[in-house]
Design a protein. Structure first.
Length: 288
């Protein structure tokens, strides 16, 4: 009964219905896109946090004694969880693995031009600065790559991205609420006489309100499905090759289908709540 009524309301004002669906789709497209970006950001951070936190690169002329001396210095602090020496040959092997799809790069690089290094993992992140300073003090060291700086930068970037996303999504949610409120309000006004007749024949307030609430749910659910579908389609068919090429060996993709289904579920629940909330505000305003 109510479903047929909702279908009739939508058919009678198709342009208003399309406008509501479009704004809801845009809102949930933004939410889905920022959800995907958040998943990718978390995976990037997890990847770098799992890597050696301190990479110490030696000069080409460094001797084995100098390398061992620094290794002993770091070990003596008791603040290094693990220290792994990477020889020039091992560095070349890693380089070949990372660039195996580009033969030109492989031909240009030999073990002689790659530096030996130490990969250092601290027992606690707070000790990284101290271990880095000890490493920089060695005359055999050419460069120290401080992994924590990279992770901290990524976290700041992710937090900034999240804040921007919250602002944009909040604006779109407010706009969506007012659009649905306005559209439902117009439909209630147009059917004012019909609603009065229903009241006269004994229809309850909830019987009158239910079709409008279901219409709001319809707009929200369809908008969520469209927004999710567009975001997933763009990710799968267009963005994936570019993202994989940009991040190289960082395993940010693929995003498992089950995870995307969970995102859809969250979007649908949010959309239904938004649709009900917006419609209920309109009903309260026009059906007192």
């Amino acid at each position: 009964m109510h479903v047929q009524t909702v279908a009739k309301y939508i058919r009678r004002s198709p342009y208003q219905s399309i406008a509501a669906i479009l704004i809801m789709s845009l809102t949930f497209l933004s939410i889905a896109a920022f959800s995907i970006l958040t998943i990718i950001s978390i995976r990037i951070i997890d990847y770098f946090e799992g890597r050696p936190q301190l990479s110490v690169f030696f000069k080409q002329e460094s001797s084995a004694d100098e390398v061992n001396k620094l290794k002993d210095q770091l070990n003596s602090t008791g603040k290094a969880q693990s220290i792994k020496f990477v020889s020039q040959e091992e560095a070349l092997s890693i380089y070949k693995q990372q660039n195996k799809e580009d033969p030109l790069l492989l031909d240009l690089v030999t073990a002689d031009i790659l530096p030996a290094s130490l990969d250092v993992q601290a027992t606690d992140a707070v000790y990284l600065s101290e271990l880095a300073q000890i490493s920089k003090g060695s005359p055999a060291v050419d460069e120290v790559v401080f992994q924590k700086d990279i992770v901290d930068t990524l976290i700041k970037f992710t937090n900034g991205l999240r804040q921007i996303g919250i602002v944009i999504i909040s604006i779109l949610l407010v706009v969506s609420t007012f659009v649905i409120l306005t559209i439902i309000g117009i439909k209630i006004t147009v059917r004012k006489d019909e609603i009065e007749i229903m009241k006269l024949i004994g229809a309850s307030n909830w019987f009158i309100r239910t079709p409008f609430l279901l219409e709001g749910i319809f707009y929200g659910a369809i908008g969520a499905i469209i927004g999710w579908g567009v975001s997933y389609g763009v990710l799968y068919f267009y963005a994936t090759p570019k993202i994989e090429s940009f991040f190289g060996n960082v395993p940010v993709l693929p995003i498992e289908p089950i995870l995307m289904v969970q995102v859809l579920g969250i979007l649908l629940v949010s959309a239904i709540f938004l649709g009900v909330f917006s419609s209920f505000l309109a009903v309260l305003r026009y059906l007192k």
